[in-house]
Ligand binder design. Sequence first.
Ligand code: ZN
Length: 115
Amino acid sequence: MKTSDLTSSQTLKVQCPTCGASTGQRCELSSGGPRNSAHHNRKDIAQTRLAKLSYMANIRTAMHLLIVIHNDEIKALSREDFDAVKELRKTLQAARDHKASLIDLYREYVTVSGR
Ligand SMILES: [Zn+2]
């Protein structure tokens, strides 16, 4: 995602480090009037915020899937269906690996971008 793809409402969700505009307020010109577009640094911060929210949403979804699989595992155990438990163990491992890879991607984003 490029900063130019940001909507103005996404940009307004963060404060501007350049002119000091609060969240929800437009950036200001040095003369005090409103700017037509947000300062570059503000767009940059808004973009980072969105990227982090997206990473976290994906991780949250992956964690929710783990809960669903664990619940299925409990149901299979209560039925003493050990074949199903064995299959669910494979599914669980794949889901754990997927979650770990999402966390690695997030860590890489934070580490490489320094954000
Ligand atoms: Zn500004």
